[in-house]
Design a protein around this ligand. Sequence first.
Ligand SMILES: Cc1cc2nc3c(=O)[nH]c(=O)nc-3n(C[C@H](O)[C@H](O)[C@H](O)COP(=O)(O)OP(=O)(O)OC[C@H]3O[C@@H](n4cnc5c(N)ncnc54)[C@H](O)[C@@H]3O)c2cc1C
Length: 507
Amino acid sequence: MSESFQPALADYLRDESRRVGRADRIAFPRTETDVLAALAEARARKLPVTTQGARTGVTGGAVPEGGMILNLAHMDKILAAENGELRVQPGATLAAIRAAVPPGFYFAPDPTETSASIGGMISCNSSGALSFLHGPTRNHILGLRVALANGDVVDLRRGRDQTAGLRFQLGSVSGELPPLRRPAVKNAAGYFVDPDMDLVDLFVGAEGTLGVVTEATLRLLPAPGAVWGLMAFLPSTAAVVGFVDALRANQRSEVGGQSSEVGTPPTTNHQPSTAPRLAALEYFDSNCLVFLREHADELASKGISVPNLPDGSACVYAEWHAPDAAAAEAALMAAAERLPEFGADSDACILADNPHDLEKLKLFRHSAPEMVNSAIDERRKIHPGLVKLGTDMSVPDARLADVLAMYETDLAASGLERLIFGHIGANHLHVNILPRHPADYDAGRALYARWAAQVIAWGGSISAEHGIGKLKRDLFRQMAGDAALAQMRDLKKCFDPDNLLNPGTLL
Ligand SMILES: Cc1cc2nc3c(=O)[nH]c(=O)nc-3n(C[C@H](O)[C@H](O)[C@H](O)COP(=O)(O)OP(=O)(O)OC[C@H]3O[C@@H](n4cnc5c(N)ncnc54)[C@H](O)[C@@H]3O)c2cc1C
């Protein structure tokens, strides 16, 4: 049951978007039965319920707007590990899940924030560097238990529980899904609907608006024999795009097909690969490298070392998963040998060929979003209303050069302080604008709106991994259109006629 909200619990009013909400009550369930009791109370009192995982979300989805907070952080048990599957409660963190994975396996979804809960990752359909090869969280969810607003609990298994065409039956809720379209790019915006789809997928990426995930069964993959990473430094954006295109073309010709970012999730386990595969392709612009170098002392105090970064270059990080070290080395060397074609020095690369060095590079990469957030926190001491402006948009392959040119031209003309990093393999870059004062923030917002309109016109998505939450509803409306939004609202109404679950999020 819930308790009344006390000021000492103020932390629960915010997430990493730094938006602050309000609440009347809060519940910390430990079991599915506790979740059902809280939902029953919410129904009886007509209280809106905001579900929270670890509150690392950056779009305000977990920020309450009155009513009850349902915080699942105490539902964090690892329940079972067998047959290449892991059964967990929703509050289990990514770090805890990784620690529980049996030897010989790994869990592929890898948002850099490892304190995120699996319930939050499922609800946002999060992704990370390895999504280039393995797709987002959706592709790794085999089963879900979900508590619906009416008190039903549905137990869903991929491959078993599906829609008939678009018709579905879930507990006592039945209906027809709307024929929603989604862009053919990496996308985490809106409900996932396909004819004859797995019902699991309806709840992945639904941002907690259709039900509360109370348990998840995760698909584990066979661990690769060897993982090698390469940080390459390139002299210009054109060189970066050329190198990325070359690596992607090579992957397509050697492995066949493309990364699993787009499309319907697989129903079977991936077999261990017999060939090296490009698993991650990430980008850091020159501003980002300068910013991290400037914060090297602060990072060192957190145990994160900043590698030797050449001046004026942008960086591409590529990672290969291979059956053995010889195959990983061959793939990496073949990539490094192409660098001179793009004006880069193959001897100036940083190489990681063991778990220790890979972890060091990973910590370094994760420090980019973290340091941006702490820089903004410093500025908020002077201008309390300031927040970071961070984009999360993706475009089709053919638009990668165009989108980078658009960002750079506009940002150079604006004089705004900014840095760009992200998942370049999926044409998914985070532009981070660090406003120095409110006028910067307004100028940044105007640019963001212009870019979003262009990205939508190119067939891209305004959210590739963070979801819509409460901050991106206007952009989502532009992308989806009023008619599709009305269909989504009708779908939500089927499950939640009184709009109790996460009102104000997504829709
Ligand atoms: C420094 C930093 C780096 C990040 N890096 C990445 C990254 O690389 N990739 C990426 O995708 N994201 C990233 N994020 C964003 C964030 O970590 C992810 O969105 C994460 O999945 C959120 O998980 P959470 O448990 O914190 O969810 P919360 O923030 O608590 O909630 C997020 C949403 O999920 C809903 N929800 C949570 N649990 C449940 C549940 N059990 N049932 C139903 N709904 C639920 C909430 O209502 C809310 O709408 C980053 C964030 C930070 C601060």
